[in-house]
Design a protein around this ligand. Structure first.
Ligand SMILES: Cc1ncc(COP(=O)(O)O)c(C=O)c1O
Length: 382
């Protein structure tokens, strides 16, 4: 049975926030450090002989896990890197429009805003209320914002601020039907909800392997549709690019993006161990219990706060949820109160004039921790 002791977490904290950065098991962290020692043992041999085949092995493992060819994937540091790489690469010009939702992650929105200023395109927001409408209504809403200037649709698979599962397969289909590019921010998706790239069929899809799939921090991937791979320009140009390149995998897309100078890529090489942890501990089975616990939390928390649920039907796979809370404190005051007085780690979020608490239940979390948070909320809001 998976236990908090299998992780390096501070046992004195009620840690109900796997969602922000992910939590790495001891076994994976040990493997990560083992790779760091291998690098230091013979750095030249490591970089010239070992690194590339090992990166390929990691890409193969992820490709098999999410049903896409490993050569369509590049391993990158994180979702923020991915969105910058995609936006910078695309030929978005003045008068072009990009559709995003009001559920998107702040760092990604900043990237859109930065590049909008650089390139002159326009970002248009589609406001979608909570609880989310059904799929066809949601798709019609996005569709109503598409114009002849729309060149790209950017949506989260699982949103960060509002913990909602979006119908990305249908969103990508809509984008294709209107000849626009689909970019999906799946930062929270891999290891969390079933992820099948062939089925979703996006143009670009990225996810953080460090969030819900147990990899060390700074492990993510970007999938790019084959036809668009030649458009992907490296954010940093180095030995993977040019006729004198030192990295040769047979793909410019992979070469030019996977080596950007000397750095520690041990986290990428720890993917096998993260998947081993996931499989040997039958995490997918445990996730049903996480989902049940989250549902229980929503019902009980709403009884305390008197607020309505922000979900019409809670998705089967989600292990993360938000509840609305009364505006008795500011987000920061409540966050500090929960942490300083009760030792509870949860994000408190401002979203569309609502105040939300987000709970993440990863496999190491217990019923007792959820009850403890409910008890604290009862004291605070009674
Ligand atoms: C939906 C979403 N997108 C992007 C990110 C950015 O991830 P990173 O900080 O690893 O780049 C996050 C991080 O929490 C996220 O939740």
């Amino acid at each position: 049975m998976i236990n908090k002791k299998d992780f390096l977490l501070n046992e004195n904290i009620y840690f109900l926030n796997n969602g922000s950065y992910g939590v790495c098991p001891r076994s994976v962290f040990n493997k990560y450090q083992e790779w760091q020692r291998i690098i230091e043992f013979q750095p030249v041999e490591f970089f010239l002989k070992i690194l590339l085949p090992e990166l390929k092995k990691s890409r193969k493992l992820i490709g098999d896990f999410i049903n896409c060819h490993h050569d369509d994937l590049i391993l990158i540091r994180n979702a923020t890197y991915a969105i910058n790489l995609v936006i910078r690469s695309l030929d978005l010009k003045k008068n072009d429009e990009v559709l995003v939702s009001n559920h998107e992650y702040g760092a990604c929105l900043n990237a859109w805003e930065f590049w909008q200023k650089e390139k002159g395109f326009k970002v248009k927001k589609v406001n979608i209320d909570l609880p989310l409408p059904g799929t066809s209504e949601l798709i019609n809403k996005i569709k109503s914002h598409i114009s002849s200037q729309t060149k790209l649709i950017f949506f989260s698979h699982i949103s960060s601020k509002t913990a909602q599962l979006f119908p990305v397969k249908e969103i990508c289909k809509l984008a294709r039907e209107h000849n626009t590019i689909s970019v999906i921010d799946g930062a929270h998706a891999i290891g969390h909800c079933p992820l099948n790239i062939k089925e979703i069929d996006p143009d670009f899809y990225f996810s953080n392997i460090h969030k819900w799939l147990f990899a060390p921090k700074g492990t993510a991937f970007l999938y790019s549709r084959k036809a668009l791979q030649t458009t992907v320009k490296p954010l940093i140009t180095g030995w993977g690019w040019g006729s004198n390149r030192e990295m040769r995998s047979g793909s410019d897309y992979i070469d030019s993006n996977q080596f950007y100078g000397t750095s520690d890529l041990s986290s990428f090489l720890s993917i096998a161990e993260a998947l081993k942890f996931y499989r040997e501990n039958r995490v997918a089975d445990w996730q049903k219990r996480c989902n049940e616990l989250v549902k229980y939390f929503i019902i009980e928390a709403n009884k305390i706060t008197g607020k309505e649920s922000l979900y019409t039907e809670f998705p089967e796979c989600l292990m993360m949820a938000v509840i609305e809370i009364p505006q008795k404190y500011s987000a920061l005051e409540l966050k500090n109160l929960l942490y300083d007085k009760y030792r509870i780690e949860v994000p408190v979020i401002n979203w569309e004039r609502k105040l939300l608490i987000r709970i993440s239940i990863q496999v190491f979390n217990t019923e007792e921790e959820v009850e403890y948070l409910l008890k604290a909320l009862k004291i605070i809001f009674d």
